[in-house]
Design a protein around this ligand. Structure first.
Ligand code: FCB
Length: 464
């Protein structure tokens, strides 16, 4: 690899201590493939991908990046980037194919080998227990709106913890419960594709309960040095104008996107304004005795996934404050900025705003950026190289935004780029490429993009 540390995109050395963790992230369904091997059963994403029109190009994760068969080479690739941490997720239907009952040793063995392979080259494994691949059998039994799924998740978590906790210290329960609940059960654009508001609200509560139950059980079996946490996707929600309606829309968006997760997790209570909003539309979190004690079990690190910030309006394009079902309008007005291939605005200053706000409103909670990155319409040369100045700039601006938040006191301890390599981008299929490493899906050849070389060179420079 040649050096590509473009001048002008150097990161400020003083802002990042040597203890700061630099990493890359992936998730099981997005990269592994091998969906029917060694006893794995279908997840909700295998099923959803078969629904006509659900995924762009009718793509699916059957092969993905074939990581299940190429894991040692992929670990060598990660090592070549000079990062110290690799965040990956474990596929529940590999480890416990029926979502309950005994472990599947052959499936769990894959993560055992991955852990050993990483440690052998000095890379710290960062395990996420749930990155959206719920065993289909559990969805058939009601999925996350069903309370029992929370208990099933805790049991499954212990199967993984018992096997890997002698070597893995970093444990994340859930990735982005907002996506699981909201996109999966209310909007229906993610698996399992349901469109039921009350089911989504129940799913929120049971995801949080599952996090709490799993955290309690893992902590009871943990050794000093283990750290536990959850990863949330968070943006910023500002009013588009200073009208009462827009300010209320921003409050609602912030409530549904951030506070209904972090308030119960950190303060042991759902925010009263959100409870009141739900009551007004005849809905409620299905809270039972002691649930909030379980959900607010202390944890050591909050994973932050950030992509962009938004402004919100409380009226539709025609100026109406209520939608066709009679509910208050909460309309995202993405900022007028350059955009990524996802049509997401590029808003690094909102990243600083979010991180400083987390530090202020939820004090005493160390943060790690578990995902940040961008899809662009890459053009690869015949040998697979992508000169992605756009992605390199995105990363540089967002890492600088992390530095700015640290300067303002936010306790941020790591930054993991999304993603190690191009992969199955959920409802967008393979059309959207987030990797800092290019994947040729015909040959499975991996080629580091310019952004990967830039990331590597800057990490090396910050350490020197
Ligand atoms: C996040 C997901 C991750 C990836 C990025 C682009 O919401 O956690 O799997 O798809 O978005």
């Amino acid at each position: 690899m040649t050096s590509n540390a473009a001048p002008g995109l150097l990161l400020p050395t003083a802002d990042f201590p040597t203890s700061f963790k630099w990493g890359v992230a992936t998730s099981s369904y997005q990269i592994e493939g091998a969906v029917a091997e060694d006893g794995r059963t279908p997840s909700i994403w295998d099923t959803f991908c078969r629904v006509p029109g659900a995924v762009v190009g009718a793509d699916n994760g059957d092969v993905a990046c074939d990581h299940y068969h190429r894991m040692p080479q992929d670990v060598a690739l990660i090592k070549s980037l000079g990062v110290d941490t690799y965040r990956f997720s474990v596929a529940w239907p590999r480890v416990q194919p029926h979502g309950r009952g005994p472990v599947n040793p052959a499936g769990l063995a894959f993560y055992d080998r991955l852990t050993d392979e990483l440690l052998a080259v000095g890379i710290d494994p960062w395990v996420t227990l749930y990155h959206w691949d719920l065993p289909q059998e559990l969805e058939d039994a009601g999925g996350w709106p069903n309370r029992d799924t929370a208990y099933r998740f805790a049991d499954y978590s212990m199967l993984v913890f018992d096997k890997l906790s002698d070597r893995v210290t970093n444990w994340t329960t859930l990735n982005e419960p907002w996506c699981s609940a909201w996109l999966g059960y209310n909007v229906g654009v993610h698996a399992p594709g349901r469109k039921d508001f009350d089911a989504a609200i129940s799913a929120v509560h049971h995801l949080l309960l599952g996090h709490g139950l799993a955290t309690q059980r893992m902590k009871a079996a943990a050794s000093p040095g283990h750290t536990f946490g959850i990863t949330l996707n968070m943006g910023t929600a500002d009013p588009a104008t200073d009208t009462e309606a827009d300010r209320d829309a921003a409050r609602r968006a912030d409530g549904m996107g951030l506070r209904i997760y972090l308030d119960p997790l950190r303060k042991g209570a759902y925010p009263q304004d959100m409870v009141d909003d739900l009551t007004a539309r005849g809905s409620a979190f299905p809270v039972q005795d002691r649930d909030l004690d379980i959900i607010s079990t202390p944890f050591e690190v909050l994973g932050v996934n950030f992509y962009f910030g938004q402004d919100f309006s409380g009226t539709d394009e025609a100026g109406n404050p209520l939608d066709e079902d009679g509910h208050p309008v909460v309309r995202a007005i993405p900022l007028d900025r350059p955009r990524t291939a996802m049509d997401w605005p590029i808003t690094p200053e909102r990243f600083t705003q979010l991180l400083v706000r987390l530090h202020r409103d939820y004090p005493g909670l160390p943060l790690v950026i578990t995902e940040n990155g961008a899809a662009f319409d890459d053009r690869a040369t015949p040998d697979g190289f992508v000169a992605d100045d756009n992605r390199t700039s995105y990363l540089a601006e967002h890492i600088a935004a992390v530095a700015a938040a640290r300067d303002q006191g936010a306790d941020i301890r790591g930054y993991f780029a999304w993603s190690l390599m191009d992969n199955f981008e959920w409802a967008e299929g393979y059309a959207k490429r987030f990797g800092i490493v290019h994947v040729d899906y015909q040959t499975q050849k991996r080629t580091p993009k310019q952004s990967a070389l830039w990331f590597r060179d800057n990490i090396a420079r910050l350490r020197s």
